[in-house]
Write a protein that binds this ligand. Structure first.
Ligand SMILES: Cc1cc2nc3c(=O)[nH]c(=O)nc-3n(C[C@H](O)[C@H](O)[C@H](O)COP(=O)(O)OP(=O)(O)OC[C@H]3O[C@@H](n4cnc5c(N)ncnc54)[C@H](O)[C@@H]3O)c2cc1C
Length: 444
C-alpha cells in the first residue's frame, strides 16, 4: 500500500511533517492540484509556481504529479491510482484553504479514504495562541510575547528524495513548461536554480550569516539590499518559518530579534484572518463612511495613475514601477504607496489590495489583506488612521541619496516627469475630515 502526499503551500522536502508522515512505513506518491483558481493569478506568479513545481518534481526524481482540476478531483484520482487509503497534507487556515481541504476530505471519505492533516505554513498555527480567557489577541506586542512563550518545534528531518513512487501518466497532467512559457516571456527552463528549495536555503543561510545583524538599522531602506527577500519562498512553502527561526535563534544580536518580530507579524495576520475570515474583504473597523470613498471617472483615473507609477510623487512611483517590473516591492514603500492610495486619493483599501494580488509574486492572502488593513487603519492593532505618511518626508528619510527613486524613475528631473497629482497637505486634511465624520456617525 502506498501513501499519498497532497502538496499545497509546502513545496519542499525539508522540514515538512506532512510529507514525512506520508513516507512513514511506505513510499509515497505526490500530487499537486493545478486548480481553476490559479487562472485568477497573474501570469508572472503562475510562471513562478510552475518553475517551483518543475524544480520540486526534479527533486522527487520526477515523482510529483501536477494535475489540472479541483483539488478534490485531482487528489481523489491520485489516491485511487496510488491505492492510497491515507492522504497527508499540511493544514491551511485561510477561508479558501479551509474550504478546499473540507472538499478534499469529503471526497476521500466518500471513497473510503482519509485526509490526515499535519503541520501548517506557520511556526505556531493560527488559533493556537490565545489570551487567558480563550479569546484572540487584538494587539500585536502581547501576541508576540505569548507566541514566543508558546514556542515551536525544532525543524523536522528532511524527507527521503528516493522514497517516492511515480503515479501513472494521466490526461489531467499539467504541462509545466508550457504554463511557464505562456505566462512569462522568459525561457521557462532558464534560471531554474533560483526556484529550488536548495537555493532558498543557501540564500537564507547567507542572510543569517552576513546580513541579519544589519537588519535592525537598514531594513527600512529601499535603496539597500538589506532584507531577506524570503517572502515568496515563504508564500509557496519552499522553506518553513520554523527553519528560519531555528537559524536566526542562534544569532545573539538584537537585529535577529527584530527580524523574528516580522515573522511574528506574519503569524499574527494569519491568526487574525483565521478568527475573522470576513477581514479578507471587510474592514475590521470603520475609518471612512462607505459613501465617502472616492468613486467615478476621476477616482478611476487616479487609480490608474497610482497603478502605473505616474502620481508625481517619486517614492510612490518608484515603488509601483518596482512592483510592475519585478513582482516585489520593499516593505517601507508598500506602506507608503498604500497610504497614498487610501489617504491621499481616498480610494478604499480593497482596490489597492486587488491590484497587489495581481502584481505580487509573494502574494499571500492573509499578509496582503491584513497589511492593507493595517495601513488603512482598519485592521487589528493597525496604524492609527490619522497618522498619514508624507511621501516626500518618507523619501528623504529612507532614500536619502535618492538612489532608489532614480533607479525606478529615470526621467525624474526632466520635463517628462509629471507634477504631483494632488496637494498632499490638502488631501491629508480631507482624509482627517472624512475620518471625523465617520467617527461622529459610528459613535452616534
Ligand atoms: C500593503 C502591503 C501589502 C503586503 N502584501 C504582502 C503579501 O502579499 N505577501 C507577503 O508575504 N508580505 C506582504 N507584505 C509584507 C511585507 O511587505 C513583505 O513580507 C516584505 O516586504 C517581503 O520582503 P522580505 O522577504 O525581504 O522581508 P523581510 O523584511 O526580510 O522579512 C522577513 C519575512 O517576514 C515577514 N514579514 C515582513 N514584514 C511583514 C509584514 N509587514 N507583515 C507580515 N509579514 C511580514 C515576511 O514573511 C518576510 O519574508 C505587505 C505589506 C504591505 C504594507
Amino acid at each position: 500500500m502506498t501513501h499519498l502526499w497532497w502538496a499545497r503551500r509546502d513545496l519542499r522536502l525539508d522540514d515538512n511533517p506532512a510529507l514525512l508522515s506520508a513516507q512513514e512505513g511506505s513510499p509515497a506518491a505526490a500530487v499537486f492540484a493545478w486548480t481553476p483558481a490559479l487562472h485568477f493569478w497573474s501570469g508572472r506568479r503562475r510562471a513562478h509556481l510552475a518553475r517551483v513545481l518543475w524544480s520540486l518534481r526534479e527533486d522527487t526524481g520526477g515523482a510529483l504529479a501536477v494535475r489540472r482540476g479541483e483539488a478534490a478531483d485531482a487528489v481523489l484520482a491520485a489516491a485511487r491510482q496510488a491505492d492510497a487509503t491515507a492522504v497527508w497534507a499540511s493544514q491551511e487556515y485561510t477561508p479558501s484553504g479551509v474550504r478546499e481541504q473540507k472538499h478534499v476530505a469529503a471526497a476521500l471519505e466518500a471513497d473510503g479514504r482519509e485526509l490526515r492533516m499535519i503541520g501548517s505554513p506557520y511556526a505556531v498555527a493560527p488559533g493556537r495562541v490565545t489570551k487567558g480567557d480563550g479569546t484572540p489577541y487584538r494587539v500585536f506586542t502581547p501576541y508576540r510575547g505569548a507566541w514566543r512563550e508558546h514556542g515551536w518545534r525544532s525543524p523536522a528531518a528532511p524527507a527521503d528524495a528516493d522514497a517516492f513512487v511515480r503515479l501513472p501518466r494521466d490526461s489531467a497532467d499539467a504541462d509545466l513548461d508550457q504554463i511557464a512559457a505562456h505566462a512569462d516571456a522568459e525561457d521557462p527552463l532558464e534560471r531554474t536554480e533560483e526556484f529550488r528549495e536548495r537555493r532558498v536555503r543557501e540564500d537564507l543561510e547567507a542572510f543569517v550569516d552576513d546580513r541579519v545583524e544589519h537588519y535592525g538599522d537598514e531594513r527600512d531602506r529601499p535603496d539597500l539590499d538589506s532584507t531577506s527577500r524570503l517572502s515568496s519562498a515563504l508564500a509557496f512553502g519552499l522553506v518553513h518559518p520554523r527553519t528560519v527561526l531555528a537559524l536566526t535563534g542562534a544569532v545573539d544580536h538584537p537585529a535577529a530579534r527584530t527580524f523574528e518580530s516580522e515573522i511574528a507579524w506574519r503569524e499574527f495576520h494569519a491568526d487574525t484572518l483565521w478568527h475573522e475570515p470576513q477581514a479578507r474583504r471587510e474592514s475590521l473597523s470603520t475609518v471612512v463612511l462607505e459613501d465617502d470613498w472616492a468613486t467615478g471617472a476621476e477616482a478611476d483615473a487616479a487609480f490608474v495613475a497610482w497603478r502605473d507609477g505616474r502620481t508625481g510623487f517619486p517614492l510612490v512611483d518608484a515603488g509601483m514601477r518596482q512592483l510592475a517590473s519585478t513582482g516585489w516591492m520593499h516593505n517601507r514603500v508598500r506602506m507608503v504607496v498604500a497610504s497614498f492610495l487610501v489617504k491621499d486619493l481616498h480610494l478604499p483599501w480593497q482596490r489597492g489590495a486587488d491590484y497587489f494580488r495581481r502584481a505580487l509574486v509573494d502574494y499571500d492572502h492573509a499578509q496582503n489583506q491584513l497589511n492593507w488593513q493595517w495601513v488603512a487603519g482598519t485592521g487589528r492593532d493597525a496604524s492609527p488612521y490619522f497618522r498619514v505618511f508624507n511621501p516626500e518626508t518618507q523619501a528623504g528619510k529612507f532614500d536619502p541619496h535618492r538612489r532608489y527613486v532614480e533607479r525606478w524613475v529615470p526621467e525624474l528631473d526632466t520635463p517628462a516627469y509629471p507634477a504631483p497629482m494632488v496637494d498632499h497637505k490638502v488631501e491629508r486634511e480631507r482624509a482627517l475630515e472624512l475620518n471625523r465624520r465617520a467617527k461622529a456617525r459610528v459613535q452616534r
